[in-house]
Design a protein around this ligand. Sequence first.
Ligand code: HAM
Length: 414
Amino acid sequence: MTSIQASRGTKDILSPEVYYWQKLEAIARQVLHQASYVEVRTPIFEATELYTRGIGEATDIVGKEMYSFLDRGDRSLTLRPEGTAGVVRAAIEHSLLQGVQRLWYLGAMFRYERPQAGRQRQFHQLGVEVLGSDDPRIDAEVISLAINFLEQVGISGLVVQLNSVGSGSDRQVYRQALVDYFTPFAADLDPDSRDRLERNPLRILDSKDPHTQAIAAHAPQILNYLSQESRQHFEQVQQLLSDLNIPFALNPRLVRGLDYYTRTAFEIQSSLLGSQSAVCGGGRYDRLVTELGGNHTPAVGWAIGLERLVILLAQLAAPPLPRLDFYLVSRGALAERQALKIAAQVRQLGFRVELDVSGAKFDKQLKRADAKGAIAALIVGDAEAELHQIQIKWLKSGEQQTIAQTELDSLTLD
Ligand code: HAM
């Protein structure tokens, strides 16, 4: 029979790669915990309407990339393509809209995209969302947390691409200016951009087509369409980032692929990555909560794609393999029974212990202890079992000692 393989765009994460993941997760927990962010875990699937309303019908994500299906009760559900909409839904549903809520999440997201290095159909995001403040200090705080996390992971060459996409009303005026500008060039635009002219003209600025790019180079710039308030907010964010010594570059053509953004929009890129250089994307979304049925609540957040970080980490450092403290070698019926118990006891002391259950000869088991990189082998044969003893063999020096099983509690690695 032919075997079944993982679906296109999905990946098994195995050892040693899984240790990079554990490292990233541990750093994320630490950094976000210290900033007093609280983890939320929302469902992997949600009502499709959450995303059509939240992310926007005219976006690539909603238009082409969602994994949507009818369940057996004929409800239209969608595997989450991102985390923000679900977090906002949960915050409204559980009345988390008083004061400032600082939240984070980590989990699998799903987009039907063409897989390539660093781009998958099931991928993982670490994200933060801060609900309930339009203070520019929060914009700066979330950006600085992303930088802090990436630096602790060991990623260098980081630059924040920064833009303001204006408030809802700024954008309406700007949108019209873009339509007016691009319409005479309609025939020269690439087909995707022509398609976007009516539905989502901002995204034309993001086109990768060189001809469209040349036309877009002279398009009106959003910064000239910002209200006094939006401009002031944007200037304050820049000032605060400078205070924090965070390198940023103004990029008036940065338009994100989701419709909910207002004012601050940013991406963080690493010069270490190739075509998929964005490791982090985010921004403000002051209108999303009302769009999804909650009270007016300004908010800002970001998400970091972890697959890309793992690719980077693997280029930078050997996988952080965990150390094996003891390898438990036993042979003979009584010894094998005792060994199971001894392994449990040694784990209780906080050590990492692996039990050999091969029943092979001692030298074979000891070879395996070496191959596994254990610090010491604990050896129980019939003779030791009878006397309730254990032999400890320190694998580096080859030194051996015998202890009573009752002395296990004082076992140390020194
Ligand atoms: P996004 O830019 O769509 O934003 O995704 C954020 C990051 O997720 C990207 O920069 C990239 O690193 C990673 N990513 C996206 N798609 C893929 C993929 N197919 N494979 C691997 N990695 C991928 C959002 O999702 C927003 N929810 C971010 C946000 C939070 N804005 C405000 N709060």
